[in-house]
Write a protein that binds this ligand. Structure first.
Ligand code: DGP
Length: 122
């Protein structure tokens, strides 16, 4: 899939649409999800034009990958989630119901998140 420059996260990164920003550096922007699923629900987004995890993992430069991983850890720590715990998740493609075609991590926390996948759903 080619990158769609008009996707909603591209527009947020360009400053065309507002967001509730929690972190920014040269390579990363993080902001609160518009429809939070948990008390803390932050989207960690690389500024580069990557459609999904597959695209990011194959094409991002080492400094972009390092900045992204470091930022995700820092955001979780600064949200006070290291001790109680948190979950990070990335949806890639149709089976995962990826809605926005710009790679992002979801950071969930602030409550007991339960098991990742219910045994009955396997
Ligand atoms: P995913 O299914 O992994 O692509 O999740 C996309 C998430 O993006 C979903 O949890 C809702 C969130 N989202 C969609 N549009 C906006 C927006 O305009 N602003 C913010 N802050 N979040 C959005």
């Amino acid at each position: 899939m080619s990158y769609d420059e008009s996707n909603i996260f591209a527009r947020i990164i360009r400053g065309e649409i507002p967001c509730d920003k929690v972190y920014e550096d040269d390579h990363v922007l993080a902001f609160r999800d518009i429809n939070p699923q948990t008390p803390t629900h932050v989207l960690v987004v690389p500024k580069g034009a990557y459609v999904s995890f597959a695209d990011f993992s194959q094409k991002a430069r080492p400094e972009e990958i390092a900045a992204f991983v470091r930022a995700a850890g820092k955001i979780a720590s600064e949200a006070g989630l290291d001790e109680p715990g948190y979950r990070i998740l990335a949806n890639h493609g149709p089976d995962a119901h990826q809605e926005v075609p710009h790679f992002h991590l979801h950071l969930f926390g602030g409550k007991d998140l339960g098991r990742m996948i219910k045994p009955a759903d396997k």
